[in-house]
Structure formats: structure tokens, C-alpha cells
Design a protein around this ligand. Structure first.
Ligand code: PRP
Ligand code: ADE
Length: 181
């Protein structure tokens, strides 16, 4: 993709993020990605940019792993574009059958995530996707789950990275973010 096209796409994504101060609690500026989903050109731009990154840097990716809930909005579209599978990491209690779980702390809450025990095979190359990286607790927990399954986590993908919270430094793999705040 030409640099000018990449810049245009990033601008379009940037224009479709809203900022809500003091949500869900005082002191948090919530980054709302819903406008991206309402504008097909912005959503296409997100997938185009992720696709370019994955094809260039992680051509042997076998699965996209999406995080509950907003990773589910982008992950299946990217996986389909790449012609590979998509699997889910969900909040505790939502997945049937044998599962593995990891507890973690969020910017404004605590939670536990789960994956189906047979979702990934040992040695499979996977990329983890979510809408946003804040403290890194969620992506870190997902990486731990995948490590338990002996998957090869190549990296993480997010639309928005909140740089000041230093989440990327806590993760065991590189993070690719479209926008940084
Ligand atoms: C948000 C966001 C990420 C996570 C990032 O999800 O979608 O998953 O927080 O924060 P962290 O880097 O500090 O872990 P949230 O847990 O609010 O759940 P939701 O997607 O179900 O709304
Ligand atoms: N998850 C954690 N922190 C967030 C923020 N500031 N905006 C949106 N989602 C978040």
C-alpha cells in the first residue's frame, strides 16, 4: 500500500473514534470505537491496515484470537480477509466444554478470561486482536492462556493504544497499534 493511502486510512480511523471523559468511572477517558463500525469505509480501513501488517510481518499466522467483546468486532473480518480461522477468548462462564482460565486486572475492574481447551493446537502460530490496549492486563491474560495451550503467540493487534499506561511493555510479544493516544 502506498504511504499516502496508509495515511488516509489512518486519518479515517482516527476521525471515527470518540472520547468520553469519566466513563465508566471518574478519571477514565473512554475511547469509543462504535463510529468505526457505523462507517463501512472506516471499518474497511481498519481491516486493510491490519491485513497489510500481518501479511508483511506475520505471513505464517494460522489463527486470529479475538478478545471479548470488542476484539470480536474486528477479529473475524481480519481472519476472513486472511483466509484463516478465528477463535474466541471470552469472559468467564460463557464457553461450553473444558476450558482454561486466567484472572487479570483492568484499568477500572478485575475479570477472568477463558478459552476452550481444544481451541488451539500446540505450536500453532496465532495473533491476538482487541480494540484497545490500556494497562495490558487483558492481552497479557490472553497470552498466558495461549501459552498454557502451547500456542506460538506472534504478536498482538489493537486499533487504539493508550501509551501512557505502558501496556505494551508488559506484554511478552510485540504490539501493533493503528493509533496511539
Ligand atoms: C476493554 C477493552 C480491552 C480492555 C483493555 O474491555 O476492550 O479488552 O478493556 O484494557 P487493559 O489493557 O487495561 O486490559 P473491557 O474489559 O472493558 O470489556 P468489553 O470489551 O467487554 O467492554
Ligand atoms: N478499556 C480500558 N481502558 C479503556 C478506555 N480508556 N477506553 C476504552 N476501553 C478501555
Amino acid at each position: 500500500m502506498a504511504d499516502s493511502s496508509r495515511t488516509q486510512k489512518l486519518d479515517l480511523v482516527f476521525q471515527h473514534i470518540r472520547h468520553f471523559p469519566d466513563f465508566p468511572v471518574k478519571g477514565i477517558v473512554f475511547k469509543d470505537i462504535c463510529p468505526i463500525l457505523k462507517e463501512p469505509k472506516a471499518l474497511t480501513a481498519v481491516i486493510d491496515l491490519f491485513e497489510e501488517h500481518v501479511r508483511k510481518n506475520h505471513p505464517h499466522t494460522e489463527l486470529i484470537v479475538g478478545l471479548d467483546a470488542r476484539g470480536f468486532l474486528f477479529g473475524p473480518l481480519l481472519a476472513q480477509r486472511l483466509g484463516i480461522g478465528f477463535i474466541l477468548v471470552r469472559k468467564k462462564g460463557k464457553l461450553p466444554g473444558p476450558t482454561l482460565s486466567v484472572a487479570y486486572t483492568l484499568e477500572y475492574a478485575t475479570a477472568e478470561v477463558e478459552i476452550q481447551a481444544d481451541a488451539v493446537q500446540a505450536g500453532q502460530n496465532v495473533l491476538v486482536i482487541d480494540d484497545l490496549l490500556a494497562t495490558g492486563g487483558t492481552l497479557h491474560a490472553a497470552c498466558e492462556l495461549l501459552k498454557k495451550q502451547k500456542a506460538q503467540v506472534l504478536g498482538c493487534l489493537v486499533v487504539v493504544e493508550l501509551k501512557d499506561l505502558g501496556g505494551a511493555e508488559k506484554l511478552p510479544v510485540p504490539v501493533f497499534s493503528l493509533l496511539q493516544f
